[in-house]
Design a protein around this ligand. Structure first.
Ligand SMILES: [Zn+2]
Length: 102
């Protein structure tokens, strides 16, 4: 696993920050794993991300039935907190100064 402050979009190579990626998340695509769909703000390409406390993991679901999430890259996002909501069918992300519910 590579830990960086900033990542490049695997699709178009544009520099992305963790905050941009969180802000571009549109949908909870795997409630069990807590995987969100995000979009590169530069090429609109689809990325799979899994937020965790203090960081956001970028990767993809693998295995029969997509039971695992393989992390390709981990971006620190200071103060990020995640909370499962609605009987674990929802996900709430919070950073100092903002929050998102999926
Ligand atoms: Zn891109």
């Amino acid at each position: 696993m590579v830990i960086k402050r900033q990542s490049n979009c695997p699709l178009c190579g544009a520099a992305l920050t963790a905050m941009e990626l969180v802000d571009a998340c549109t949908e909870l695509i795997d409630a069990r794993l807590g995987v969100l769909e995000s979009h590169c703000p530069h090429c609109q390409g689809c990325l799979e991300v899994m937020p965790a406390a203090g960081r956001i993991d970028i990767g993809y679901r693998v295995g029969p039935g997509n039971e695992r999430f393989d992390v390709a890259l981990s971006l620190p996002l200071e103060g990020l907190e995640i909370e499962r909501t609605g009987d674990s069918s929802g996900l709430k992300l919070r950073v100092p100064g903002g929050s998102w519910a999926f």
